[in-house]
Design a protein around this ligand. Structure first.
Ligand code: SAM
Length: 289
């Protein structure tokens, strides 16, 4: 068997391992993780693998086999920008449930690996817009995804770049608030995957404390309403732009009091009593009922 044949078997085993680690049973997602070549998105090896959320260790050589584990890999390690953990993304993408033909916006595309997974899931009749703030990473994503006719990469701030109505908005950077534009442009029935992190959520705290400083919410639009549910703890690179001191403080206090697992609704511009709110920002809140 040639090397590419061996790697496709390794990739298929990896897909099964990471879906099992995420507790996800989804043949379409399995096919996407089996098909997309992670090595095509991470530059030339050896690659820096993040160990214990702190230090990077280079893979022993340039064999792509080392990329088919459930590890975080540095894409700009000097700035601690990483290709996220595969099982975390398997879980979050499962909850976003992108269907064939749907319109996805991926904010924080990085070099495009998970954008390619999303593009595989929506197929040729769907489309994915990847937005990346860092210009070097946006250029790398554009080059990596050039063959995918259903993908467009835009360099910019995902909270400010304008985009059409979307069925899925998949955010891959830690925010302290939802951007108005994400809530506005979520289609009826659409799903927003939103990581919210306080300033302790990435790098500032010991790993064992990070789980209580970052939470991913799934927001589903139902007409004028937004259903909300906590779906995962997270430690993730901060979103450029979509953070402010007031909501950062409110979020840190909300994490300190606990109770994010009980959130069921996101409200905009509505008077919601203090006891129903988990966290309140300017013109929005995440609430228990
Ligand atoms: C944790 S990295 C994830 C990269 C990619 N999703 C992956 O796993 O390979 C977060 C990315 O979000 C980008 N980012 C941060 N703020 C952003 C914003 N406001 N708009 C678009 N991208 C942003 C960063 O530059 C970084 O590439």
């Amino acid at each position: 068997m040639d090397r590419e044949g061996e790697l496709s078997i390794i990739r298929a085993a990896y897909a099964k391992q990471i879906l099992a680690a995420a507790g996800v049973d989804n043949a379409r997602l399995d096919a996407a993780f089996s098909a997309i070549r992670r090595e095509d998105f991470l530059g030339p090896g050896p690659w820096p693998i993040l160990r214990w959320l702190r230090d990077y260790a280079l893979t022993p050589d340039t064999d792509p086999v080392y990329l088919y584990t459930d590890d975080v890999v540095g894409i700009l390690p000097e700035r601690r920008i990483n290709n996220g953990q595969p099982s975390l993304h398997a879980h979050l993408i499962q909850r976003a449930s992108p269907a064939a033909g749907e319109r996805v916006v991926h904010i924080g595309t990085g070099t495009g690996y998970y954008t390619a997974i999303l593009a595989h899931l929506v197929g040729p009749s769907g489309r994915v817009t990847g937005i990346e703030y860092d210009s070097e990473l946006a250029s790398r994503a554009k080059a990596n995804l050039a063959p995918d006719s259903n993908v467009r990469i835009v360099e910019g701030d995902g909270a400010l770049v304008s985009f059409d109505e979307a069925d899925v908005i998949y955010v891959n950077a830690g925010c302290t608030r939802p951007a108005e534009s994400w809530l506005d442009r979520l289609a009826d029935g659409g799903r927003l995957i939103l990581p919210m992190t306080s300033d302790r959520g990435f790098g500032a705290s010991p790993p064992e404390q990070m789980a209580s400083a970052g939470a991913v919410f799934r927001i589903e639009r139902r007409g004028p309403d937004y259903l909300a549910a906590w779906i995962s703890p997270v430690a993730i690179f901060p979103c450029a732009g979509n953070r402010d001191e007031v909501s950062e403080r409110a979020l840190a206090e909300a994490f300190a009091k606990g109770g994010w697992q009980q959130v069921t609704r996101l409200y905009r511009d509505q008077e919601i009593s203090e006891e129903r709110c988990w966290v309140r920002g300017s013109r929005w809140c995440l609430a228990y009922s």
